[in-house]
Design a protein. Structure first.
Length: 277
């Protein structure tokens, strides 16, 4: 099966390396374009090291981009952390279509804040979905799902790096095997249970009384990772750049330890605790 890996950052790299280790026929990588002056994306570096062609279109809405993809004669597109909109005209080019990773149990927590909201809301479990993407926001049919518990001391760092990241790589491998065998299901999402949480919120009081939380949020905002807006005494933070989970070395010297500490401080804020109860 001729596979194209489409993604970015550490997760995309891990998926590519897992496919190569399995002996899969990977024919190319599609990678999010880097911002001006930014270092090369880890997936791009891994693809180049594997002597694979790398494509970085700024938009997937153009017919010439579709034709370029079609010329590769792909059988399956594996989408590992994709943040640009990809229309069905592109998604449906491979013989077997496209499959995508999402870090929540769809249809719950669609959108870019899928990891942090289950923790903030005090959910007892979360998980991941591999689904068949369409033109909607995480609305496609589900192929498979994996669950993991959320403990009282869990943070974004522990849930993502320790579980959803490695589980996601394994789930994509399992999904590819199902596609190969012609046994990959397409389960419609129950729209009555769909949720979308686009932003995370802190009260102004939390920002003023939790200096460490405020400092780390300010650093991440300055680095372009978070967007901040205020309505009354409520401050809303949204993920301005969804690569926050893999790019936080911009504001931290240690990716996992420091980010886990920041997430722990965020989760310990009074508003977060109130939402757990």
């Amino acid at each position: 099966m001729r596979i194209v890996v489409h993604g970015q950052q550490a997760f995309g790299k891990a998926v590519l390396e897992a496919l190569i280790k399995r002996g899969e026929t990977v024919i190319a990588a599609y990678v999010a374009p880097e911002k001006e002056g930014a270092k090369a994306d880890p997936l791009k570096e891994a693809a180049i090291a594997a002597k694979l062609p790398v494509y970085q279109p700024a938009s997937y809405r153009k017919p010439e981009v579709w034709e370029e993809f079609k010329a590769l004669k792909p059988d399956l597109q594996v989408m590992a952390f994709v943040t640009l909109f990809v229309p069905e005209e592109f998604l449906n080019i491979p013989t077997h279509g496209s499959i995508q990773y999402h870090p929540s149990l769809l249809p719950a927590y669609r959108g870019a804040s899928a990891i942090n909201w289950p923790i903030i809301k005090g959910e007892k479990e979360t998980g991941l979905s591999i689904f068949w993407p369409d033109n909607g926001l995480d609305t496609g049919d589900v192929l498979l799902q994996k669950k993991t518990p959320i403990g009282p001391t869990d943070t974004l760092g522990t849930v993502y790096f320790d579980r959803l990241f490695p589980m996601g790589v394994e789930a994509l491998m399992e999904s590819i095997d199902l596609v190969k065998a012609g046994k990959a299901p397409r389960v419609k999402q129950d729209e009555s249970k769909a949720t979308y949480e686009g932003v995370s919120a802190l009260t102004e009081a939390v920002e003023s009384t939790q200096p460490n939380v405020s400092k780390h949020l300010k650093l991440m905002q300055d680095a372009g990772l978070l967007a901040r807006r205020q309505e009354g005494n409520t401050v809303y933070y949204s993920i301005a750049d969804p690569t926050v989970f893999d790019l936080c070395e911009v504001v931290c010297s240690s990716l996992q330890e420091r980010f886990a500490a920041h997430a722990s401080a965020f989760a310990a804020a009074p508003l977060s605790r109130a939402r757990r109860n």
